[in-house]
Design a protein around this ligand. Sequence first.
Ligand code: ADP
Ligand code: ASP
Ligand code: MG
Length: 422
Amino acid sequence: MARLVMKFGGTSVADIDRIRNVARHVKREINAGHEVAVVVSAMAGTTDQLVAWCEAALKSRRIFDAREYDAVVATGEQVTAGLLAIMLQDMDIDARSWLGWQLPILTSNAHASARILDVNGAELTHRMSERKEVAVIAGFQGLHRETGRITTLGRGGSDTSAVAVAAAIRADRCDIYTDVDGVYTSDPRVVPRARRLDKIAFEEMLEFASLGAKVMQVRSVELGMVHNVRIFVRSSFDRPEDFDRNGTPPGTLICSEEEILEQHVVTGIAFSRDEAQISIRQVQDKPGVAAAIFIPLAEANINVDMIVQNVSADGKTTDVTFTVPAADYQRSLEVIAKARSAIGYARLDGAVDVAKVSVIGIGMRSHAGVAAQAFRALAERAVNIRAITTSEIKFSLLIDAAFTELAVRTLHSFYGLDQTTQ
Ligand code: ADP
Ligand code: ASP
Ligand code: MG
C-alpha cells in the first residue's frame, strides 16, 4: 500500500466526461489498496474567463484590489472539487471536497501569488486511514489566517497545492496528471521530435519551469526539492484500465540527482515569449548608476531577468540592456523615465517582440564550450542573438520572437535531443 496524491490539471477536468475519467483513475488506485488525496484544477479556460471578468469589471482604476481578484478566480476549483466528489460517491467511494479555507491550507498574504505556509495534513491522514475517505482538494487556493481572506497561488498553482499536500501527508509519490505523458526535452507542441524523459533532476526541472516550460509551476518544483517529494508527470487521457493490466504507465519522474544514472550534457530546451527588452543608451559610466536603474524597478515589483552592460569605450558612457516580463514593459519604461536625472542617459529603446530560448543540462557543470557551439548553429540559420546569459546548468539567449521555433528546433537537433524514430 502506498500513499498517493493525484493532481489533475485543467484539460483533464475540462468537462463531465473527463472528470468521470479522472474518477476512474482514482478508483483504480483505491482498488489497488492505496490511500489517496486528490487535488484538482478548474475546468480548462475557466480561470482565464474569471481573470477576464475581473479586468472587464474595472473602469476607472488601473489596478484591482487583489483580495477581490482572488475571491473571483478561486471559484473555478470549487466546481471541479465538488463534481469529482459527487462522481466518486456515485462509484461508492467515500469522498469529501475541501476548499483552501476549510482544510485549511494556510498561505502568506501575497494575494494572486501567495506562498503556502502550512497544510493541515493531520486531518487528511486521519480521514484517509481511519475512514478510508478520499479528500478532493481544490488546488490553487488557500487562506491567509490573520485576515481571514481567500488567497490564490499564481497561475498554474494547483501543481504547488498538490506537492504541498504530498509533503504534508508524507505521500510516497505525487502524481501530476496532465495533457502530455511526461516532461519532454522541449515543449512537444513546438518540437514534434521532442523525446519524453524517464527521469529529470529537481534542479533541472526548476530551470525548465522557470525558463518557460509550463508543465509544472516553478514553486511546486521548489517545494518538491525541499521536501524531497517524488513527482511523477503522466497523462490523464490514458484509459485507467490499461494500467491494471500493463503495469507501469509512461511518464517522467522528477527526483533527486543521485537517482539519475544516465547523464546528458544537455537535457532540454525551454523558451519564453513573455519577455521584453529595454536598452538604456549612453548611460554615465560611474559608480551608483546600476543602483539608480535597478532599485526603482525592484521597488515597483518588476522582475528584471537578463542584464547586459558593456565596458565603456571612452570611459564616459555605456549601454545597459535588460529584460522584464512583457506585461511589465510599459511600467518599466515609465519607472526608468522617471529616474532619468538620477541615471543620466541619452535614449531609451525597447522591444516586446523578443523571446528567450534556454538550453538546460546538469552536465554543463563539467563540460566547457557547450554554449559556444550553439552560436554557430544559430548563425547558420541567420538567427541573431541580442543578449546572452549563462549560469552553472543553463544558458539563455534573447532573440527576435519570429525566430523562436526555428531556434528551439535548431538547438534541439544540434544537441542530439531529437527522437530518431517517428
Ligand atoms: P495542466 O492544465 O494539466 O496543469 P499545463 O497546460 O499547465 O497543464 O501544462 C502542460 C503543457 O505544458 C503541455 O500541454 C505542453 O504543451 C506544455 N509544455 C511546455 N514545455 C513542456 C515540456 N518540456 N514537456 C512537456 N510539456 C511541456
Ligand atoms: N486554475 C489555475 C490556473 O489556470 C490553477 C491551475 O490550473 O493550476 O492557473
Ligand atoms: Mg499547469
